[in-house]
Design a protein around this ligand. Structure first.
Ligand code: F6P
Length: 368
């Protein structure tokens, strides 16, 4: 019987529990044993009761739970070879030779490195006398499949990461709440949203709430952004708008690559010699990441979880590590490292302030 293990890694995202549920149940449906690795890579390195066999009923009700019920952790030990060796040993002790990992690009890169190193880890385990060559024979090929769980929607090669639409819904809901009080007092609000180096959440929240102005990392405004923002807000006020909403991504930059902070924007809106608006800052923080998944993320988690198990079962020793993506509403498999490398290209373009290139790359991601 094939033994497939599932783990969640990196920052949690709504929908991760749906992924685990789908993988566990699909694995069982296909006649395999399903395992969960608790606490991300930490569980793989420490083994013991952090690696647990799951039954069909163990994941009952998980679709409607937020966060990740099997836990996640930032594991330093897995960055060291000794940690990866311990991880390999624990997998073999449990008879596991296939891993499904749901996480962001960092977690998935770690997974690919683990797979690359796998044969040499087995050799070392044999040389240390932990297992005989015969015992290791069934484990010669490690299958790894990635699923992208992140609220940031920052991975190239997929239209939506699992969790991003839940976070977006949460932001829209929060902005709706803020708007009521903003309107009552005729105030301005600068709303900071998450996304790390990616502006997708901010941009889409701007579109979905009809915000007055948006700042994102990939496309800093021209040098005159102060005048531009103030004149737009002034115009909106003149035509009768009683509230002002400016959405700023936590990674927002100006064209020199300097951070634009909510405080800078607030000071500008509140400037007595300018608009003089009574302005507040709201940092939405982790409310964006917590809570239950919206229907889209539950659907994505389930369809992609099923596909991940299929990918594991169909993999041959020559199959590259793949990531399950959604493009143009189709669930597809893509080479993991290509998606990760394309993602890094955007970050590099932003770093060297080549914002046109950053935008082109982001556009390409969504028109693939
Ligand atoms: O990657 C998800 C994310 O929520 C980012 O949007 C944010 O920058 C980061 O994680 C926050 O990390 P932490 O939960 O460790 O503070």
């Amino acid at each position: 019987k094939k033994k497939i293990a599932i783990m969640t890694s990196g920052g949690d995202s709504p929908g991760m529990n749906g992924v685990v549920r789908a993988c566990v149940r699909m694995a069982i449906h296909m006649g395999c044993d399903a395992y969960c690795i608790y606490e991300g890579y930490e569980g793989l390195v420490r083994g013991g009761d952090l690696i647990r066999k799951m039954s069909w009923y163990d994941v009952r009700g998980w679709l409607s739970e937020g966060g990740t019920l099997i836990g996640t952790a930032r594991c330093m030990a897995f960055f060291e070879r000794a940690g990866r060796l311990a991880a390999a040993k624990n997998m073999i002790l449990h008879g596991i030779d296939a891993l499904i990992i749901c996480g962001g690009d960092g977690s998935l890169t770690g997974a690919d490195r683990f797979r690359e190193e796998w044969p040499s880890l087995l050799d070392e385990l044999a040389a240390n006398g932990e297992f005989t060559t015969q015992e290791l024979q069934p484990f010669r090929h490690l299958n790894i499949v990635g699923l992208v769980g992140s609220i940031d929607n920052d991975l190239s090669g997929t239209d939506a990461t699992i969790g991003c639409y839940s976070a977006l819904a949460r932001i829209c809901y929060a902005v709706d709440l803020i708007e009521a009080t903003a309107s009552s007092h005729s105030r301005a609000f600068v709303v900071e949203v998450m996304g790390r180096h990616c502006g997708w959440l901010a941009l889409m929240a701007g579109v979905a709430t009809g915000a007055d102005f948006v700042f994102i990392p990939e496309k800093p405004r021209e040098d005159n952004w102060r005048e531009e923002m103030c004149s737009i807000v002034e115009h909106h006020r003149k035509i009768g708008k009683r509230k002002t909403i400016v959405i700023i991504a936590e990674g927002a930059l100006d064209r020199e690559g300097n951070k634009i902070t909510p405080e800078m924007v607030k000071d500008l809106l509140a400037d007595k010699d300018g608009l003089g608006l009574d302005t507040r800052i709201t940092t939405l923080g982790h409310v964006q990441r917590g809570g239950t998944a919206v229907a889209y993320d539950r659907m994505l988690a389930t369809l992609q979880g099923v596909e991940a198990v299929k990918a594991v079962l169909e993999a041959t020793p020559d199959t590259k590590t793949c990531v399950i993506a959604i493009t143009e509403n189709k669930i597809v498999r893509k080479p993991l490292m290509e998606a990760v490398q394309d993602t890094k290209k955007v970050a590099k373009a932003i770093e060297r302030q080549d914002f046109d290139e950053a935008m082109n790359l982001r556009d390409a991601e969504f028109s693939e």
